[in-house]
Write a protein that binds this ligand. Structure first.
Ligand code: C2E
Ligand code: CA
Ligand code: CA
Length: 736
């Protein structure tokens, strides 16, 4: 029970507060606590709200956008972060900032806004110009949305942002302007990527080159009529320097356009080429006018011939080229007299007729000019061949001197020619012309028809002319003889054949060497006649020796380049053989390496024709030309004649190795080998050791006149007979 004592004792104490007051107090206390907590919470949430508002404000400030809030009922417009239009008066109309919008943009803004307020668009968006606090127009992008409506769906509030897009807008405007400019440019423009693949063209490009843009886009950069190597070079240069400019002629649809094409590389910030822009400026009109002008300024008005201007510009180009050319300058000796007596008009007519006459004489490689007055020039390009030049000079002189019939008169004019060779006599037009004039002046002074500036050339020309005349005379007077040089078989030591060599014996100058007159005869064409003569005499001699039992080998006749290219060579030779009733197998032709390599394909054809009639063919002077082994294999040859220079050089091991190689090549090709110019026993021994079958040279005999050769044949026969007898005697002795 005791357990209840304290309770009882307490129950008997006097209470401090009346028990009836206790409950309301507790409640009051609790309420106070709750209120305090609520206040604290409110303060806290207010603070958080402020913080988050600050954050939003900060981010709005950072974004550079103005946030607006428009109460449509009160027409109050609030802006946050407003830094450029805080002073504009608010309008009661729509839009509320109407007063500061550019009049040109107002309608558009109004329309967009009304549409949204009516509910026709999800949001309002307009870009327009607005006057800022400084009174300047700025481009802005304004976006917003209705955020609350009343029960009737009438918009009450709208919120949005305004962004200053003046910078973007001006960049865009610039870009648009540039694009419009390019599109409307009078030049054709094409934009390529870094691989020169086309990505954009303008209107003018399509007008010039035709087609639709889609047909061009994606195609590779190209210049019709220009080679790929040119384009490659262009690309390389572009990569290196970043630009390229050139005047071009482009043929499109059979029409020629002249362009000035400039290409520039476009680089990114890292300086890497990203694009190329090509501008084609049509310069056709200018070019055509230029050409016309050039034509006019380069022609002599009286005769129509190219004039002094043209002469200098052409000569300048030729003078720096690597090949040889000749300039012939001639003026008329007695033109002044004609002018004085018949008048200038008659003189002009004469000059025109002469120009016409001379113009007809010029070949492809020649160009004739009127230098002025009665002075003309002829340029022969690509040659310094004395024969061609003197022949041409003579031909011109003959034609100048042919009489002109004018107003009842027969007029004869004469001329003198001065000749320079270039680069030998000068390497610029002025010097060349001066030297040619000097030569012409000397020609006139000394009563010569033509004169070279270079005296050595004059001497050579004179000598050549003399030889030409001598040959002509010698042919008439039968001064040509055929000599024979034996060819010996190395293994038996017996005569196997001979080479016919022409000799020219004149009563005044004695014997003229073939080395002197054959080249001249070759140039003048006289060699054809001489060759025929040698054939004829050689065939007659061989036939004679054959029938008398003195000879049974083969006679070789030399054939020069001119003879070789006679169209009916095989027939001519066949006729001569028939005339002398000599079988073709007694004849051999020596053709030089130079002759056949000039046009190997044609040579094969001619050689086949000769082969066909049974003539033995030998390649002369082997080693002096540039025979390609590929051709050597195709030539229908029987024999290879090693040039004398190789035999001369056999004193050392290297020289012997060379001959060894030639002999091996010949044998591998199934050809027999003749060594020419054999002069001593040592050469004979070496050549025998190298398996060279046939030897020819002073060691055995010099070229011999017919009578002497006959003696040689008889001696050979005796030698053979005694050898044979000796052999049979020995045999008999052995037998007995
Ligand atoms: P080729 O056909 O190479 O004739 C060989 C030349 O070497 C001949 O000179 C001959 O006399 C010379 N010769 C021969 N053996 C020796 C030697 O041991 N030592 C030296 N130093 N010379 C030797 P040639 O007769 O003066 O003829 C010169 C060239 O003229 C010939 O060279 C040939 O190309 C040409 N030729 C000669 N006769 C005729 C011919 O009838 N018609 C044609 N088209 N050309 C001919
Ligand atoms: Ca020869
Ligand atoms: Ca030879």
């Amino acid at each position: 029970m005791g357990s209840f004592l304290p309770h009882k004792a307490y129950a008997h104490q006097t209470p401090l507060i009346d028990s009836q007051l206790r409950l309301p107090m507790v409640i009051a206390l609790l309420s106070l606590c709750i209120a305090v907590i609520a206040i604290v919470r409110l303060k806290l949430s207010e603070k958080r709200l402020q913080q988050s508002e600050q954050k939003i404000r900060d981010s709005i400030i950072a974004s550079g956008e103005v946030v607006w809030d428009w109460n449509l009922k009160t027409n109050k417009l609030e802006r946050t972060n407003d830094y450029f239009f805080h002073t504009d008066p608010i309008s009661k109309e729509i839009p509320p900032n109407k007063n500061s919008i550019h009049p040109g943009d107002l309608d558009q803004v109004k329309q967009q806004l009304e549409q949204h307020l009516k509910g026709d668009s999800d949001y309002f968006e307009a870009s327009y110009r607005i006057k800022d606090t400084d009174g300047k127009w700025r481009w802005v992008l304004d976006r917003g949305q209705v955020t609350s409506h009343d029960k009737n769906k009438t918009p009450l509030r709208m919120t949005g942002t305004v962004k200053d897009i003046s910078r973007i807008k001006s960049t865009q405007d610039r870009l648009n302007l540039l694009a419009t400019c390019i599109e409307n440019l009078t030049d054709a423009v094409a934009i390529y990527d870094s691989n020169l693949s086309l990505i954009e063209v303008n209107k003018r490009y399509l007008a010039t080159f035709g087609g639709q843009a889609s047909e061009h886009i994606g195609t590779q950069f190209n210049l019709p009529g220009y080679k790929q190597s040119y384009l490659n070079k262009l690309h390389q240069l572009l990569n290196k320097t970043g630009n390229w400019k050139e005047e071009l002629k482009i043929v499109h649809d059979d029409k020629a356009f002249f362009f000035e094409l400039s290409i520039d590389a476009i680089r990114c910030e890292k300086q890497v080429i990203t694009h190329y822009i090509a501008v084609y400026s049509d310069i056709s009109e200018r070019k055509h006018a230029e050409l016309q002008l050039q034509k006019m300024s380069n022609r002599d008005r009286l005769t129509g011939l190219p004039n002094r201007n043209q002469f200098f510009s052409n000569l300048k180009k030729l003078a720096v080229s690597k090949s040889h050319h000749a300039l012939l300058v001639f003026d008329l000796d007695n033109f002044k007299k004609i002018n004085d007596s018949l008048g200038h008009q008659a003189g002009d007519i004469l000059l025109c007729r002469l120009a016409n006459r001379l113009g007809k004489l010029t070949r492809q490689q020649d160009s004739i000019y009127r230098l002025g007055g009665d002075e003309f020039a002829l340029v022969i390009a690509g040659t310094n061949d004395i024969h061609t030049i003197t022949q041409t000079a003579k031909e011109f002189l003959v034609n100048i001197e042919k009489p002109f019939h004018m107003s009842g008169h027969e007029l004869v004019i004469t001329s003198s020619v001065g000749i320079v060779l270039f680069p030998e006599d000068g390497n610029n037009p002025e010097v060349l012309l001066k030297n040619a004039d000097t030569a012409m002046y000397h020609a006139k002074q000394h009563g010569n028809r033509y004169l070279f500036f270079n005296d050595a050339m004059n001497r050579q020309a004179v000598k050549r002319l003399q030889i030409e005349n001598l040959i002509r005379f010698g042919m008439k007077e039968d001064q040509f003889r055929v000599f024979y040089q034996p060819k010996m078989d190395v293994s038996t030591g017996q005569l196997i054949g001979m080479e016919a060599l022409v000799r020219f014996i004149t009563p005044t100058k004695g014997l003229i060497s073939p080395a002197q007159f054959i080249p001249v005869a070759e140039e003048t064409g006289q060699i054809v006649e001489i060759g025929r003569l040698v054939f004829d005499k050689a065939c007659a001699d061989v036939k004679d020796w054959l029938s008398r039992g003195l000879f049974n080998g083969r006679c070789a006749v030399n054939l020069s380049a001119k003879q070789f290219s006679q169209p009916d060579l095989a027939r001519i030779i066949d006729n001569i053989l028939k005339k002398h009733e000599l079988p073709a197998n007694f004849l051999e032709l020596e053709i030089t390496e130079g002759t056949v390599m000039h046009d190997p394909k044609d040579a094969i054809r001619i050689m086949n024709e000769l082969n066909h009639i049974g003539i033995h063919l030998s390649l002369d002077d082997f080693g002096t030309g540039y025979s390609s082994l590929a051709y050597l294999k195709q030539f229908p040859l029987d024999t290879l004649k090693i040039d004398r220079a190789f035999i001369d050089d056999m004193g050392n091991e290297k020289g012997q190795n060379m001959v060894d190689s030639v002999v091996t090549i010949a044998h591998n090709l199934g050809l027999s080998v003749v060594a020419e110019g054999v002069e001593n026993q040592h050469q004979v021994d070496v050549l025998r050791a190298l398996n060279c079958e046939i030897l020819q040279g002073y060691f055995y005999a010099k070229p011999l006149a017919k009578e002497q050769f006959e003696e040689f044949l008889i001696a050979e026969q005796k030698k053979f007979n005694s050898q044979a007898k000796g052999t049979s005697l020995t045999l008999v002795a052995n037998e007995s």
